[in-house]
Design a protein around this ligand. Structure first.
Ligand code: PHB
Length: 397
C-alpha cells in the first residue's frame, strides 16, 4: 500500500534552499513537506563550505531561523589576493560598508532543521524520490520509497525541486537531468581539511604561475585549503608533503600552520543553468536550477535568492489564486543567477591558469589583477559582488 501524504507544497531536498523555503512558507501559514534521501546525521555531519553574504545572514536571522550566525560566525571585513609575489587586501567595509560571515553550510543546515523541528514540521529524512509526476496538472506528485522500501507519494498543489545538481525534478521541467546551459573548466581544486589553527585572519586567494591557491577556514581548529589541479587527479595519489609545498608556494609571506590532513578531495568545476526553471506547477531552485564554480562562494547565497522569489510567488498564489508571480519566477530569479554566474566565472578565470595558457594569457591576467588593485571602481565591484547584492524581494518577513 502506498502511503499518500497531502500538502500544499512538496519540496524535494533538505538542503539550504528547500529548508529555507519551507520555513518562510510556514511563516505565511502555508504547509509543506520536505523530503530528502539522506539521514539527518548525514546532512548535519558533512563538513561544507561557508561564506554567508550579508543579505543572506540577514534573512536567516530576521526570519527567525537563528541568529547563531552573528554570535558564532566569524565576521570577515575583507579578503587578500596574492599575485606577482605580493599581497593586496580589499577592505569590504571601507569599499561598500558590508562584510561576509564565515559560517559553514552544515551549521546553516543545523539551524534550519532545528527551526523546522521547533515549528513541529520535521523533514522526512531517508525518503528517496524516484520521480515527479503530473507536473502540468493542478495536483503534481512526488513518488518514491522510504529507507524501509515502502512506497510513498506526496500529492501537492506545487512541487519544488531543491534536490541539488543531480535533481530528478529537472526531468519534468527541462525534459532531462542535464538540459541546460553549461561550461566546463580545464582545472579543478584539490581540497584538504586540516586540523590546525587558522593561518591568516582572512581568506587568501592566490594566483601564481603554478595556478590558484585558497586558504580558507572552518573554525578555530579546522582549516580548509585548496590548490589548482588537473580534474582527473586521484586525491589519494598526492602526498601530504606535496600538498604543503603546493599550498605554501601560493602564499609567500604567510607561513601556513600545518597539522594532520584528515580529508582530501578533488572538486570539479562547472557552470550550469537549467534551460527552464518551471513547468506548470513544478519549480527548480538552488543547485537543481544552477551550479556555479566555487571560487566566489556564491552557491548557497544564490540559492536563497531563488527561495525569496519563489516564496513571494507561492504566497501570492495561495492567498489570491493568481499564478502571475509563479509565471514570473524564472525571469525574476534568472537576473541574479546570470549575474552570479558572471561573477563566479570572472573570479575563476582571473585567479586560475589554464593548462594551455600562453605567456600572453599569463601577462594579460596580471594586467587584470593590476587593474583591480589600482582602480577603486574595480575594487568596489569586487566588494559589492562578494559581500552580496541586495536580494530585491522584501515580502519574506
Ligand atoms: C571554502 O571555505 O571552502 C571556500 C571559501 C571561499 C571560496 C570557496 C570555498 O571562494
Amino acid at each position: 500500500m502506498t502511503n499518500t501524504i497531502r500538502t500544499q507544497v512538496g519540496i524535494l531536498g533538505a538542503g539550504p534552499a528547500g529548508l529555507l523555503l519551507a520555513h518562510l512558507l510556514g511563516k505565511a501559514g502555508i504547509d509543506s513537506v520536505v523530503i530528502d534521501a539522506r539521514s539527518r546525521e548525514d546532512i548535519e555531519g558533512t563538513v561544507k563550505a561557508g561564506i554567508v553574504e550579508s543579505p543572506a545572514a540577514e534573512v536567516l536571522a530576521e526570519s527567525g531561523v537563528s541568529d547563531r550566525i552573528y554570535r558564532e560566525g566569524m565576521k570577515h571585513d575583507g579578503v587578500e589576493f596574492h599575485f606577482d609575489g605580493q599581497a593586496h587586501r580589499f577592505d569590504f567595509q571601507e569599499l561598500v560598508g558590508k562584510s561576509v560571515y564565515l559560517y559553514p553550510q552544515h551549521e546553516v543546515l543545523k539551524d534550519l532543521i532545528a527551526a523546522r523541528i521547533r515549528d513541529g514540521v520535521t523533514p522526512l529524512f531517508e525518503h528517496t524520490a524516484t520521480s515527479v509526476e503530473d507536473a502540468e496538472s493542478d495536483k503534481p506528485r512526488i513518488v518514491g520509497t522510504t529507507a524501509a522500501g515502502e512506497p510513498f507519494e506526496i500529492v501537492a498543489d506545487v512541487v519544488v525541486g531543491a534536490d541539488g545538481s543531480g535533481s530528478i525534478a529537472r526531468i519534468p521541467v527541462v525534459g532531462s537531468q542535464q538540459g541546460g546551459y553549461y561550461r566546463e573548466y580545464p582545472f579543478a581544486w584539490y581540497g584538504v581539511l586540516v586540523e590546525a589553527p587558522p593561518s591568516a585572519p582572512e581568506l587568501i586567494y592566490s594566483r601564481s604561475d603554478e595556478g590558484f591557491v585558497l586558504i580558507s577556514t572552518r573554525d578555530q581548529h579546522i582549516q580548509r585549503m585548496y590548490f589548482q589541479c588537473d580534474p582527473l587527479t586521484d586525491p589519494t595519489t598526492v602526498s601530504d608533503a606535496e600538498i604543503w609545498d603546493k599550498l605554501q608556494a601560493g602564499v609567500e609571506g604567510t607561513t601556513l600552520k600545518q597539522g594532520p590532513i584528515f580529508r582530501k578531495d578533488v572538486l570539479r568545476f562547472r557552470s550550469f543553468v537549467a534551460h527552464e526553471l518551471r513547468k506548470g506547477r513544478v519549480f527548480l531552485m538552488g543547485d537543481a536550477a544552477h551550479t556555479v564554480p566555487p571560487t566566489g562562494a556564491k552557491g548557497m547565497n544564490l540559492a536563497f535568492s531563488d527561495v525569496l522569489w519563489l516564496n513571494q510567488a507561492l504566497r501570492s498564489f495561495f492567498a489570491t489564486g493568481s499564478e502571475e508571480l509563479m509565471v514570473a519566477y524564472p525571469e525574476n530569479a534568472l537576473k541574479r543567477i546570470w549575474k552570479a554566474q558572471h561573477f563566479s566565472y570572472w573570479m575563476t578565470t582571473m585567479l586560475h591558469i589554464t593548462p594551455d595558457a600562453t605567456d600572453f594569457d599569463k601577462l594579460r591576467g596580471l594586467g587584470e589583477l593590476a587593474l583591480l588593485t589600482e582602480s577603486l571602481h574595480a575594487q568596489r565591484y569586487l566588494a559589492e559582488s562578494y559581500t552580496g547584492w541586495d536580494y530585491g524581494v522584501d515580502d519574506w518577513r
